[in-house]
Design a protein around this ligand. Structure first.
Ligand code: 13P
Ligand code: SF4
Length: 346
């Protein structure tokens, strides 16, 4: 990385600058509750360089809700949850997409846009769920439950999507499972999302034993302890948490579902039982809400930094490629999900 820093420093003025930070005050005001001024003096030159280069390259930046505030507010053209990012990827006109998120998200954008250049600033930005299953695992489940359709979470590789009947995300999993044919449904790879869906669906759900290393850390006992200390605390969880944790929450939803819930309900105090950047990204929009501190960091999402985004645009690396035959099959599973979600009004 130090040579990247040197190469970038030769082409762009990236020295920390309070003058530049002041000039870019309008952007800073979207995150000043969570980003201290000295940090902004470091970030501002990168934000300026990325936003200029992005235009020159004809690129659009799609960022997940778990990106840090300087990415989320500073450089993203579109932010959202996995479903929103996948839908946005079908609408993008720019020739280049820079995916600020994890690899499966960039792969989904490439599957939906085979002719476009899709860049990911760090190839190591993986996901414990995507790593937990291969296409052979899907075949194993099909052999165990003959005839049952396979619903795979978008947090999977292109090969797994290609081996599945349809994809789902945290915002449409229950509706997709209920809408597809069959009394028994195979869900991969998130065992907790599957169990949370099973609690609400009449169907028999069988699942792969994968999990998210971020959300599985929360325990119902911890949540109850917070509730006892502060009965008015709004507790909002992501469905990758265990069913015990979800049972303790006031609301469970996708990352954008969580953001919308806080906007609609304006709780005095809220605990977002999910990744740390979620509360940070909405803190300035909701100054009246106090966010309880506990949160878990996704080490994969945090691999994406301003420096790597600038390098990605500068060097036009790293390009995400998907084998054509795999992409064609995976596209069917993703597109079926998008079409069904639109039909169901999700
Ligand atoms: P969302 O689809 O809710 O944004 O979730 C993606 C994810 O990876 C959560 O851990
Ligand atoms: Fe994967 Fe969990 Fe990170 Fe989301 S938070 S990208 S599910 S490891």
């Amino acid at each position: 990385m130090s040579s990247i820093r040197q190469d970038l420093a030769e082409c762009y003025d990236l020295a920390p600058s309070t003058e530049r930070a002041e000039e870019m005050r309008e952007i800073y005001e979207t995150m000043d509750r969570v980003v201290p001024p000295p940090d902004w003096a470091v970030f501002a030159p990168y934000v300026a360089a990325i936003n200029k280069l992005k235009k020159e390259r004809g690129a659009v930046i799609l960022a997940h809700n778990y990106m840090t505030p300087e990415i989320y507010h500073g450089i993203a053209d579109f932010v959202g949850d996995s479903l929103q990012l996948a839908i946005k990827a079908t609408e993008v006109e720019a020739d280049v997409i820079v995916q600020c998120g994890v690899h499966f998200m960039a792969e989904t954008s490439k599957i939906l846009n085979p002719a476009k250049t899709v860049l990911i600033p760090d190839m190591e930005a993986g996901c414990s769920l995507a790593e937990s299953i291969t296409a052979a695992g899907v075949a194993e489940m099909r052999a165990k439950y003959p005839g049952a359709p396979v619903v795979s979470y978008v947090n999977t590789t292109a090969e797994v999507k290609a081996a599945s009947d349809i994809c789902c995300t945290s915002s449409n999993a229950l509706q997709i499972v209920d809408a597809i044919e069959g009394d028994t449904v195979i869900m991969t790879p998130d065992q907790y999302l599957a169990q949370n869906v099973a609690r609400q669906s009449k169907k028999k759900i069988v699942f792969w034993p994968g999990s998210c290393i971020v959300h599985e850390l929360y325990t119902a006992q911890d949540i109850r302890a917070y509730r006892e200390q502060d009965p008015d605390l709004a507790i909002i969880a992501h469905p990758e948490c265990t069913p015990d944790v979800v049972a303790e929450a006031d609301f469970t939803g996708s990352t954008s579902g969580i953001v919308d819930w806080v906007h609609q309900h304006h709780p005095k105090r809220a605990m977002l039982v999910t990744e740390c950047s979620m509360a940070a990204n909405i803190a300035d929009e909701l100054p009246e809400v106090e966010f309880a501190k506990p949160c878990n960091m996704c080490p994969y999402m945090k691999k994406i930094t301003l420096e790597k985004v600038l390098w990605s645009l500068h060097s036009m690396t790293t390009k995400v490629e998907v084998d054509d035959a795999v992409a064609d099959k995976a596209r069917l599973a993703v597109q079926r999900m998008i079409d069904l979600s639109r039909k169901l009004g999700i």
